[in-house]
Design a protein around this ligand. Structure first.
Ligand code: ZN
Length: 139
């Protein structure tokens, strides 16, 4: 499956210390009514919650890190889920030794500092629907 989009404006911004990374990014996207797009974030977090999709059980298993870490990379996309802008993002986090952990970004990831980039895309709506093969909600 391949979809074509065009690009226009780009947003760059910063979240505040103590913000919930995913919740605040979702607020930004909803405020700007961005229905389709690309999102990238770098920065640092005070704690994190990331998910791993167990393919046998068809459910997310979550891991919490109650410590400061660098956001080496966080990338994702914006689409519509039940008519609302929805961010699906994955994050790579590094500890003080540079060891990395990564997964599906979940609510419960607390910002220390966060610089984000959002690229809205113009074209057909990207809408999430239930996928029988994976039991995920995909576009
Ligand atoms: Zn994911």
């Amino acid at each position: 499956m391949l979809k074509e989009f065009s690009v226009d404006e780009v947003y760059m911004g910063r979240l505040e210390k103590d913000d919930d990374l995913l919740k605040e990014l979702t607020k930004v996207v909803k405020n700007k009514n961005i229905q389709t797009g690309i999102i990238k974030v770098i920065g640092a977090v005070q704690q994190a919650k990331i998910g791993f999709y167990n393919q046998d059980k068809n459910e997310y298993e979550y891991k919490k890190f109650d410590r400061e870490m660098e956001v080496v990379s966080c990338i994702g996309n914006i689409s519509l889920m039940e008519g609302e802008p929805f961010i699906h993002a994955h994050i790579v986090l590094a500890d003080e030794d540079g060891s990395c952990y990564g997964g599906h970004l979940a609510e419960g990831t607390k910002v220390f500092a966060s610089e984000f980039y959002i690229q809205p895309l113009k074209g057909n709506k990207l809408e999430r629907k239930h996928d029988e093969a994976t039991q995920l909600t995909l576009w």
